[in-house]
Design a protein around this ligand. Structure first.
Ligand SMILES: C[S@@+](CC[C@H](N)C(=O)[O-])C[C@H]1O[C@@H](n2cnc3c(N)ncnc32)[C@H](O)[C@@H]1O
Length: 213
């Protein structure tokens, strides 16, 4: 899968690319390209945003700047999904993550300040996604959230089997995963359920199914 991120701070993604699961799939299952709107802006002095028509605080990411960035990379409107990260987008859920992870190519658009000129979302993007009902300062953390969630669904991102029985997965009926425990079995009287120490796999499996919420 190839994911292209358009941002004003490509360097902010460096940390994420060093971490699993992304580090595990980069260069094999995942090709990640980072583009800076400033590198292709048709405006002088690297300008990318402008004052909102009608007045008001903040700056708005310009449609001609985003169009030029997409044109430079794809030579025209791409045929794959172009997702604007926006609080007004459809909510990101595990089902949406699975949908995105099934795409061979995906483009993520990040904005800042007051956000996108509406024509970017209406005309240049094919989808808009919100990572939750709160406002962040820019779309870079949301893009990283999407990247991380999608990357862990790619083959080889996780240890064998660990991505199947997770919260929100089909295998758990969309529910929340059962609790996990590790050593020590007794810490200040806080004990681990006996069944998990029993070695009886059928009983352990039954206990886990019972504790899916
Ligand atoms: C400060 S926000 C703009 C908020 C916008 N003026 C509003 O009231 O909805 C700047 C940018 O951050 C990103 N962003 C902020 N919160 C987000 C969220 N919950 N989900 C996705 N992107 C978000 C978007 O790219 C947005 O355009």
């Amino acid at each position: 899968m190839r994911i292209d991120v358009f941002t004003l701070v490509p360097h902010a993604f460096a940390w994420l690319t060093e971490q699993r699961p992304i580090a595990a799939v980069l260069g094999s299952e995942l090709e990640l390209r980072l583009f800076n709107y400033r590198d292709t802006t048709p405006l002088r002095a690297g300008q990318v945003d402008d004052e909102p028509y009608g007045g008001g605080a903040g700056m708005v990411l310009r449609v001609d700047v985003v169009a030029a960035a997409l044109e430079a990379v794809y030579g025209g409107p791409p045929s794959h999904p172009v997702v604007a990260l926006s609080p007004q987008g459809r909510p990101l859920t595990q089902a949406v993550v699975e949908e995105l992870a099934a795409e061979p190519e995906l483009t993520l658009l990040s904005a800042r300040f007051e956000g996108f000129d509406a024509r970017i979302v209406e005309r240049l993007a094919t989808d808009a996604i919100s990572i939750g009902p709160y406002v962040l300062s820019n779309g870079d953390l949301p893009a990283m959230v999407v990247l991380d969630a999608v990357a862990r669904r790619l083959p080889g991102a996780l240890a064998e089997g660990s991505g199947e029985l997770e919260s929100f997965s089909e295998e758990l009926g969309g529910g929340l995963e059962y609790p996990h425990y590790t050593r020590p079995p007794d810490f200040h009287g806080w004990t681990v359920p006996d069944v998990l120490l029993s070695g009886d796999h059928a009983k352990i499996e039954a206990w886990r199914r019972e504790h899916v919420r």
